[in-house]
Design a protein around this ligand. Structure first.
Ligand SMILES: Nc1nc2c(ncn2[C@@H]2O[C@H](COP(=O)(O)OP(=O)(O)OP(=O)(O)O)[C@@H](O)[C@H]2O)c(=O)[nH]1
Length: 339
């Protein structure tokens, strides 16, 4: 039976996974390779899917994480993609808050039911954000970031345009301490040489980083003396029950009832509470009547004119921690009142 290779994209929120994905898809299509995509979002809308070439078969897994809450659907979605599109390669974009070990476990479970094999686990790192968190060195978000880095067969050190040469040196050193086996590719907007793309596609991994990950994972899957499969999941504060790696992350959405003034939206974005580290959305500009996608990650805002594929409502999604959802949505509604 032909095994379909799977490439998993991991990395914290806003690090550049979708940017990597769209570049990789373009590269595959140019080379005559037929890719398919599984996109996972913690929120109930998949805006990043709008950036994916309409030719590429895609499965959207929303409102949960494939590593835990909607893990059971992964095998079914993979099977469906293979049956309907017989792709040469499947790219899985995990949510930015997915626990990487559990993604591996989820895909291994799916592999018991579908002819797939993991070719690479690529973690995209936002240079400046990682440096800032690692200098502080604590907190759930930093721990999740380090787990994503440890659990990679390749590291893409992205957003190098937003860090200085000395900072990049410091980051590379920290990355190597966390994961000595994964090669590090430094990029801006995930741009890479042709030779690197070829290596990624071929799953070239001389230091055996993927084998090490899979060996650890086989151990987790091996039944113990009682015949039970060992459970590696984190459990919250001593109580039973699964503790999702994104328990501390909040997601809230706001549907825009009418067109939005671009400048007002920009102002709201500039004044977002510090706890909101990621926001994205689509709106209709009251100035031009055109649809616009916005992407906000760590104080950087990008507005991209877009022609949505299919029916997409005007919506904004905010992701972060320790912010008041009520206050944020109130502020947004107030600012939009006279748009
Ligand atoms: N300055 C800069 N911006 C970048 C770079 N790579 C990506 N971005 C921008 O950062 C934002 C987030 O990028 P995405 O590719 O959507 O990040 P992501 O990891 O898919 O985000 P989530 O899916 O929300 O976790 C977008 O506005 C990108 O255009 C980079 O190298 N430099």
């Amino acid at each position: 039976m032909k095994m379909v290779p799977i490439l998993i994209l991991s990395g914290f929120l806003g690090s550049g996974k979708t940017t990597f994905l769209t570049r990789m898809l373009d590269d595959c299509l140019k080379k005559g390779i037929r890719p398919a995509v599984i996109m996972n979002e913690v929120g109930d809308v998949n805006l990043d899917g709008q950036l994916v070439n309409a030719e590429v078969p895609m499965s959207e897994m929303l409102s949960g994480c494939i590593c835990c809450t909607i893990r059971g659907d992964l095998a079914m979605e993979t099977r469906r993609l293979i049956d309907e599109a017989s792709p040469d390669l499947i790219l899985v974009e995990a949510t930015g808050v997915a626990n990487p070990i559990e993604i591996l476990d989820a895909i291994t479970e799916a592999a018991m039911l579908t002819p797939i094999e993991i070719r690479a686990m690529i973690t995209v790192v936002d240079a400046a954000h990682f440096l800032q968190r690692s200098r502080n060195g604590k907190g759930k978000t930093y721990r999740l970031m380090t787990d994503q880095i440890r659990c990679a067969s390749m590291l893409v050190l992205n957003k190098s345009d937003l860090a200085g040469a000395e900072e990049l040196k410091e980051i590379r050193k920290r990355l190597t301490e966390l994961n000595p086996f994964a090669p590090i590719v430094t990029t801006a907007h995930c741009e890479m040489d042709e030779a690197v793309w070829r290596r990624v596609l071929a799953g070239k991994d001389e230091a055996g980083a993927l084998d090490r990950l899979l060996a650890g994972q086989r151990e987790r899957f091996a039944p113990d003396a009682s015949g039970e499969r060992r459970c590696e999941h984190e459990h919250g504060d001593g109580h039973s029950g699964h503790h999702h790696s994104y328990d501390h992350v909040m997601v809230c959405s706001h549907y825009f009832p009418k067109p939005v003034d671009d400048r007002r939206l920009e102002r709201v974005m500039k004044e977002l509470p510090a706890g909101v580290y990621r926001a994205k959305g689509i709106f209709t500009s009251s100035e031009t009547g055109e649809r616009v996608m916005f992407q906000y990650a760590y104080r950087q805002l990008e507005l991209i004119p877009i022609r949505p594929q299919g029916q997409v409502q005007d919506v904004a999604v905010f992701i972060g921690e320790h912010f008041s959802e009520q206050a944020l949505l109130g502020q947004l509604k107030e600012a939009m009142k006279s748009s």
